[in-house]
Design a protein around this ligand. Structure first.
Ligand SMILES: NC(=O)c1ccc[n+]([C@@H]2O[C@H](COP(=O)([O-])OP(=O)(O)OC[C@H]3O[C@@H](n4cnc5c(N)ncnc54)[C@H](OP(=O)(O)O)[C@@H]3O)[C@@H](O)[C@H]2O)c1
Length: 329
């Protein structure tokens, strides 16, 4: 089978991690890297063995030899970068959160449909063997009816004005950066649309630093905490009427889950170590879609990405927290 020729836009932290995974995927060809600066693009390309480097994102988007572009820029750039690539006929895997808001995402999905290109949020958690094992346990009834989810993703990150995490112009803030993971878990297990949402939000220096969120789904609910201003254990617990599933710390990328009965006895433990660094599974998912001509992934469907974005819009609107240039929604 023909290898998939990858292009990467942005050469920051996650682009490096992703390139390491790409190198270990036999079906991937490290084709081109693009940066806003030619020398950064050239250094990145040389470091990982990409054949080409471009000093502009547009040049990569226009290269017809690129089968798929991985977009690894800050949130506020995703809309422009994705539209640029898709209007040029490129397939796209775009980092989370895939846009700033639902209005942008709707336009991005429309652009993907119009240009008949593959589009997927790089929600790598949903492609990992451990996450899929947990879904399999839930869907086969091992814990009965899901009643409650508790999931945290909160790190203590030292304030750095120059870091995109703290820059409103980059789409900084905790909800879109880390809150998206527990919200995605909740949407997968409780459904796309909560009956109601309650939340607290701490805002400092123009970005949201932490949230405590309750999603009420009638007879089930999710309790989610996310942030940059406190260190939590970042595990997750899914409780049903016949048992529960505990994800180890850093639930979004743990390789360990444990199934308990309602008396707290261990029923089964799962340990599924990742092959490279965990990002290989979203890469393989994108490959599988491209080989099969699918325009979206069953594991990360557009519907789910859009549903989580709507929840994040709704939380931000409750607290009047908008990014520069956004109209209130
Ligand atoms: N899946 C995961 O586990 C994971 C982990 C971390 C981050 N992420 C996501 O990946 C994206 C990038 O995060 P990151 O931590 O890698 O960010 P980062 O280290 O700041 O890198 C972002 C890169 O984007 C480019 N860029 C374009 N416009 C920019 C701007 N206005 N300001 C700063 N950089 C700009 C830069 O590359 P050039 O200078 O080369 O153009 C920069 O190196 C975010 O959406 C984030 O949520 C995902």
């Amino acid at each position: 089978m023909k290898k998939i020729r990858w292009g990467i836009i942005g050469t920051g932290r996650i682009a490096n991690t992703f390139a390491q995974a790409l190198k270990g995927c036999p079906d991937a060809q490290l084709y081109a890297a693009a940066s806003r600066s030619s020398h950064k693009a050239a250094d990145f390309a040389e470091k990982y063995g990409f054949e080409k480097s471009y000093g502009s994102y547009a040049a990569l988007a226009e290269d017809k030899n690129v089968d798929i572009v991985y977009i690894a820029t800050p949130m506020a750039s995703h809309y422009d970068n994705c539209i640029l690539c898709m209007e040029n006929g490129r397939n796209v895997l775009c980092e989370k959160s895939v846009s700033l808001n639902s209005s942008q995402l709707e336009q991005m999905l429309e652009c993907a449909r119009k240009n008949k290109v593959f589009f997927m949020e790089a929600m790598w958690m949903k492609c990992t063997p451990t996450y899929l094992k947990a879904l399999e346990w839930v869907r086969s009834g091992r814990i009965g009816k899901v009643l409650c989810i508790r999931a945290d993703f909160s790190n203590l990150v030292p304030y750095d004005k120059s870091d995109r995490l703290f820059d409103p112009l980059c789409g900084g803030g905790a909800l879109l950066d880390v809150g998206v993971y527990p919200l995605t878990l909740a949407a997968d297990l409780l459904g796309d649309t909560p009956d109601s949402i309650t939340s607290t939000m701490n805002i400092s220096n123009g970005v949201d630093m932490s949230e405590c969120i309750t999603l009420d789904h009638g007879d089930a609910f999710a309790k989610i905490r996310c942030g940059f201003d406190r260190q939590l254990k970042n595990d997750a617990l899914i409780t049903g009427d016949k048992g529960c599933i505990l994800f180890g710390e850093w639930f979004h990328c743990t390789d360990r889950i444990t199934l308990f009965d309602t008396d707290g006895n261990v029923v089964e433990s799962s340990h599924l170590p990742v092959r490279i660094n965990g990002y290989e599974y979203e890469i393989e998912q994108a490959h599988s879609c491209l080989y099969n001509g699918a325009l979206q992934s069953d594991l990360v469907p557009h519907r789910c990405t859009a549903a989580v974005m709507k929840v994040m819009d709704s939380i931000r609107a409750r607290h009047g927290f908008y990014y520069p240039g956004e109209k209130a929604f």
